[in-house]
Design a protein around this ligand. Structure first.
Ligand code: DHB
Length: 303
């Protein structure tokens, strides 16, 4: 069965992508994600200049999930452009995730990345791990609108805006992103959380808190996708605890056109993309649907 789907003008061969942050820091790893069945790949978030990230420990496994505070380590946009060009030469659809602290930096990165030929940009407005800097501007509708509209003006490719679940109401923020010209909403980023080692009597992560991902956040992410789908017309990219075909289908029924899978790949390996595609296909066959798009938003009882 044909699993291809349109998202913001991009035709993807399958509705699964990797979530930013996992496997996203080198062209060969992203190439493997694509070769495993993903419809496109997403880079780890790139900043205007290189960052070493936080000191270890930066990752800890918790019940039903993963907690990480990498601190946005990355080589900087300029340094990563050759890797992006290599992926494009190999025919891999690439979404470049990026972050910045000021509007001029967002604009400069958006220009450089779209000129490098990436297929879309994902604005990471929602990293929970860089205190003191405006990394969490996804919590403020006005900032989301300002940054999104500046980036939309500066770039020639579709803009995906990744939102945080840590807000009282996510739908009005998604509406602001849509008004500012976003082409899709990515819902959602990680939830701020922590772990303590009872023997050492200290927080485990060097950053004390980190972003929680995986099965633990799935119902929260699903609720966010649902609420956003009730509020906007642009496509939604579902992200948060999707581990198998059944999870993927639930997100599509809630309104997601495509899905980002991160934590599950740490446990299942690269084969998770192909397996989730297969699970979606089996569901479509079982219920007599002919294409993926037919189930997007179906749980709302309107289509
Ligand atoms: C990091 C960034 C994120 O956007 C996130 O959700 C979790 C962790 C980081 O690099 O620290």
């Amino acid at each position: 069965m044909d699993l291809s789907i349109d998202v913001a003008g991009l035709r993807l061969r399958a509705p699964t992508l990797n979530a930013s942050g996992v496997l996203g820091m080198s062209a060969p790893l992203l190439r493997r994600v694509y070769d495993s069945g993903a419809g496109a790949v997403v880079t780890k978030s790139l900043g205007p200049s290189s960052r070493p990230g936080h000191i270890n420990p930066t990752v800890v496994e918790v019940d039903c999930g993963l907690l990480n505070a990498m601190g946005l380590p990355n080589p900087g946009v300029a340094e990563f452009l050759p890797e992006l060009r290599e992926l494009k030469r190999e025919g891999v659809p690439v979404v470049a995730s990026f972050f910045a602290s000021t509007i001029p930096e967002f604009v400069e990165s958006a220009r450089a990345l779209s000129e490098a030929g990436v297929d879309a940009l994902e604005l990471n407005l929602s990293c929970p791990n860089i205190g003191g800097e405006p990394g969490m501007c996804a919590a403020d509708a006005g900032s989301v609108e300002k940054v999104t509209s500046a980036v939309v003006d500066a770039s020639t490719v579709p803009i995906f805006v990744k939102l945080s679940p840590m807000v009282a109401e996510i739908a009005p923020i998604a509406e602001k992103a849509e008004e500012a010209g976003a082409d899709a909403i990515v819902a959602v980023n990680t939830l701020k959380a922590m772990a303590i080692d009872a023997d050492f009597k200290r927080p485990i992560l060097s950053n004390v808190t980190g972003g929680l991902s995986g099965a633990a956040i799935k119902p929260v992410a699903l609720r966010c996708v649902w609420e956003i789908a009730e509020a906007v017309e642009i496509p939604i990219i579902g992200c948060g605890g999707i581990s198998n075909g059944r999870d993927a289908v639930e997100f599509m029924l809630a309104g997601a056109s495509v899905l980002e899978i991160g934590t599950a790949v740490m446990k299942e390996g690269f084969k998770v993309y192909g397996e989730i595609n297969k699970g979606i296909e089996e569901y479509l066959k079982e219920y007599g649907f002919s294409k993926v798009g037919d189930i997007v938003g179906l749980a709302h009882g309107r289509q």
